[in-house]
Ligand binder design. Structure first.
Ligand SMILES: Cc1cc2nc3c(=O)[nH]c(=O)nc-3n(C[C@H](O)[C@H](O)[C@H](O)COP(=O)(O)OP(=O)(O)OC[C@H]3O[C@@H](n4cnc5c(N)ncnc54)[C@H](O)[C@@H]3O)c2cc1C
Ligand code: FES
Length: 284
């Protein structure tokens, strides 16, 4: 399966010894299937060895999108783990065909191979005191938060998932969330119920009726800020998975640095290394 499998030592670029970062591997993975799930998104399933399946929801892989006649991407592209299944030896990505890199990726066919580096970064942590989580996902965030729903199910945490998209046909992962036992609420721009005002009322209602005590989100800065406001008012913490343009993806180039709010002032952190998952209130 893996023509070349190489463990990249963490110690080469890890001054922050407290960061959880098991070995990152580079390998050539066989594409088992690669299908459109709607007009914009494709699901790619790779055959993957155990070493890369030792991963966490919220981590990502850096994909070497191919050079094609139409697209010549230069850098790798970061992609969240949509699914990992150690029994089946599968790793999957759900991605939006957005531009040069993902356009090239979309040209790959089942039976071919894709060079991947990962798993990378800090994933989600479901703290013991977070017993009644709420997931709020929009767009590609629906891919990033999918494995977190499985983790909540395996920990026996009742889950509510709000899935947001521009149109109903772009709503994804809803069946996966339901299979994990989640209460699923869908909102769309088309139906006019995905705005901050409607969602704030919806979420404050869920806090009152379900006892929501943690927020996890990905896919929208606007919705992240809304959750920060609600979290501040109700004393609810949580985490956010951030997207940022990346070059190396492994902490060396500083291309993905963003400022974060800390008690003693702002700090600059690398989304690829200290993230992509961060404390909800620290993200700016
Ligand atoms: C940690 C991480 C996880 C991600 N997971 C997923 C995922 O599961 N599914 C998915 O569909 N996408 C995901 N993305 C975004 C994905 O990497 C970008 O969509 C992809 O890089 C676009 O590449 P492209 O070459 O096709 O587009 P480009 O031609 O590079 O750009 C197309 C458009 O997308 C914007 N863009 C490109 N890269 C990024 C980026 N990293 N962040 C924000 N905007 C960007 C550009 O500004 C431009 O407007 C993730 C990004 C990060 C950082
Ligand atoms: S992308 Fe190079 S440091 Fe994050």
């Amino acid at each position: 399966m893996s023509a070349s499998l190489r463990a990249i030592s963490d110690s080469a670029f890890a001054p922050a010894a407290l960061l959880r970062q098991p070995s990152i591997h580079e390998l050539e993975a066989r594409i088992k299937s690669h299908e459109w799930v709607n007009g914009q998104y494709r699901l790619m399933v790779l055959a993957a060895p155990d070493c890369v399946l030792d991963c966490r929801p919220g981590q990502f892989f850096h994909l070497l999108c191919p050079q094609t006649d139409r697209f010549q991407p230069y850098f790798r592209r970061p992609m969240s783990i949509y699914g990992y299944d150690r029994e089946r030896g599968e790793l999957s990505f759900l991605y939006k065909v957005a531009g040069t890199g993902t356009g090239a990726l979309a040209e790959l066919e089942a039976g071919g191979t894709l060079n991947i580096v990962g798993p990378i970064g800090q994933g989600f942590e479901i703290r013991p005191e977070w017993q009644r989580p709420l997931l709020l996902a929009r767009g590609v965030g629906l891919a990033t938060l999918a494995p977190l729903a499985k983790e909540c199910a395996s920990l026996g945490r009742p889950l509510t998932a709000i899935c947001s998209a521009r149109f109903p046909e772009l709503l994804m992962s809803t069946d996966l969330f339901r299979d994990c036992g989640a209460e699923v609420i869908t909102v769309t721009d088309e139906e006019g119920n995905s705005g901050v005002e409607s969602l704030t009322a919806l979420i404050e209602g869920l806090i009152a009726t379900r006892g929501i005590d943690a927020f996890f989100t990905c896919g929208s800065s606007r919705l992240m800020r809304m959750l920060q406001d609600i979290g501040t008012r109700h004393g609810i913490g949580g985490q956010v998975a951030l997207e940022q343009h990346m070059a190396c993806g492994i902490g060396m180039c500083q291309a993905c640095v963003r400022p974060f709010r800390r008690a003693d002032g702002a700090v600059n952190l690398r989304v690829c290394r200290e993230g992509p998952v961060f404390d909800l209130q620290e993200a700016m």
